[in-house]
Design a protein around this ligand. Sequence first.
Ligand SMILES: Nc1ncnc2c1ncn2[C@@H]1O[C@H](COP(=O)(O)OP(=O)(O)OP(=O)(O)O)[C@@H](O)[C@H]1O
Ligand SMILES: NC(=O)CC[C@H](N)C(=O)O
Length: 641
Amino acid sequence: MDPGKPVDLPERPKEAAAPQEGPSKKALKKAAKLAEKAERKASPKPAKEKQPKPAKPAKEPVAPNDPEAMFKSGFLSEVYNLRPISETHPKIRTRFPPEPNGFLHIGHSKAIAINFGFAKYHGGECILRFDDTNPEGEEQVYYDAIRDIVKWLGFEPVRETHASDIFDKLYALSEELIKKDGAYVCHCTQDEVKAQRGQTEGGQRGGQRYACKHRTRPIEESLTEFRAMRDGKYKAGEAALRMKQDLESDNPQMWDLFAWRIPESGKKHLRAPSYCMFPTYDMAHGLTDSHEGITHSLCTQEFEMSRVSYEWLNDKLDVYRPMQREYGRLNITGTVLSKRKIIKLVKEGHVRDWDDPRLYTLIALRRRGVPPGAILNFVNELGVTKNVSNVQMHRFDQSVRQFLETTVPRLMVVLEPLKVVIDDIADDHVEMCEVPFGKDPSFGTHTVPFTKTVYIERSDFREVDSADYFRLAPGKTVGLLKVPYPITATTFEKDAVGNVTVVHAKYEKPAEGETAKKPKSFIHWVGESPAHNSPTRAEVRAFNPLFKSDDPSAHPEGFLADINPNSENIYADAMIETGFWEISKSAPWPKSAAEDDVEKNKHSIRFQGMRTAYYAVDKESTSEKVVLNQIVTLKDTQGKN
Ligand SMILES: Nc1ncnc2c1ncn2[C@@H]1O[C@H](COP(=O)(O)OP(=O)(O)OP(=O)(O)O)[C@@H](O)[C@H]1O
Ligand SMILES: NC(=O)CC[C@H](N)C(=O)O
């Protein structure tokens, strides 16, 4: 052993089970990713993917999908049937086991929906287990954020546990494993371990595998050395506990995985500060599942090969063996989900923070205004199989759009206001127009003031009319949504640089006996009435994809080079009608117990801006300055490009 050289220097102790090129969890993930990529390349171009039709104003409300569909048939029902409720397993118990080293992303919502949903569907319980086996990147803020987001998605863990709760037990089991000749302390370097696993100098695999010289050391010696590791005698890389598995096996997950290792940084564990060495994922996961009496340990596909070592360890120690089964990950294409990459985006100021609405972390989706029910619907629609789901982000948006269509009220928001003075209306005239909050009568109605001065969307006016143009232009008549009669533009004024500042119009109220003019189109508007506090000024943040391509990570100059410079458009002078304050009082939209405290969950004030997009109130919004985020546009524009 060369004490000068570290044994193994992966980023995370739990991945220290093997060198990066070896069968570590990280390597398995990498292999799984490559396979996914190949699969994506081989499959027809995503643009040709069959899409549900973009949301037209729905003729009929979209039927809500069966929220239990994924448990009733297919993969998860087969998994249940392999170990149904029985005398030996009277209660189904699952766990959702995130490592508290980052914020959860959209992919995790699938794991949450599966683990919590599976248990619930079968009348069982799900534990929220923090898989905190590596102090390196673990922070209190992540424990708190994970707990909070699980609750936001509507799930209630039966209890919260931590891998670190049972470090003492894992330690004791490890001594037992050594005594059973199932583990040994090894002092080999990373390169030596690679060579033992058949990796030749050029990095090629498949060479002759051989045992390390420490494998046959006396049990007593390993015990003494293991205790010395625990007591701080060794530095990172100088000693590690390895399982004595099966080097002959074709499965790299049996090539004497690492069980305990000493991390480089020496950072204290938040919950187990007395420990200087930590169990790897391979050591901790199955035994914690066993300790907690998990019946079905559901995890992602890249762990399939680890199932053998998971079972080996439980059997070797003669403890209860949960059943591990693997489902396909959920990936959203056109964005990045990896913590390392998001940190870069945040640090370099490309996004506001981890919850920037352009990201696909769950806190970002929440801030953007995506309702939890829409996320769960989406996961359920995709279904669960062993295959990875690579889904384009516009498909996610489409699913969110469909969900919002029937669940949130409608209001008028003008993004780029253009003043229209209706000259033949008296200065003090105020007419209250009744506007329904949506197609669903149960949403109710409200009134908005129609006055001499109204604001319309700048893009709804043209200086020069043409036959194929149906909105406002000199001489052209349009309807203002829910105003009894249309208006016709007469003239307009411009500023020094040529921008139209005011449009003059006349109100087409028919004289007695005349029939009212029928406009070809209706536009949204907001009336000026100080007595009604109208309009409400707002900053609206509209978003485009953060990246230009469908696979930012494939950019030859790195994912940052793929950033879309136009991913955010800010409408600083937008205007909202007065119904906004009413729907703010009756939020959350839609109802969700987890969002009942609207002051803390401003994003739960969601609505459709007629003819523009769906919006939610941003956390930076105040009663003085309303800030809105665009949740999704009304139509699928990305999917068409
Ligand atoms: N994209 C995904 N799709 C489905 N499940 C996932 C996805 N990513 C992680 N999970 C699952 O969520 C659970 C908790 O994950 P944890 O945060 O520890 O994983 P991770 O793999 O480190 O996540 P990351 O994707 O951030 O690297 C695990 O069971 C994991 O398999
Ligand atoms: N088996 C699993 O679900 C893996 C959970 C584990 N926290 C991980 O890093 O992914």
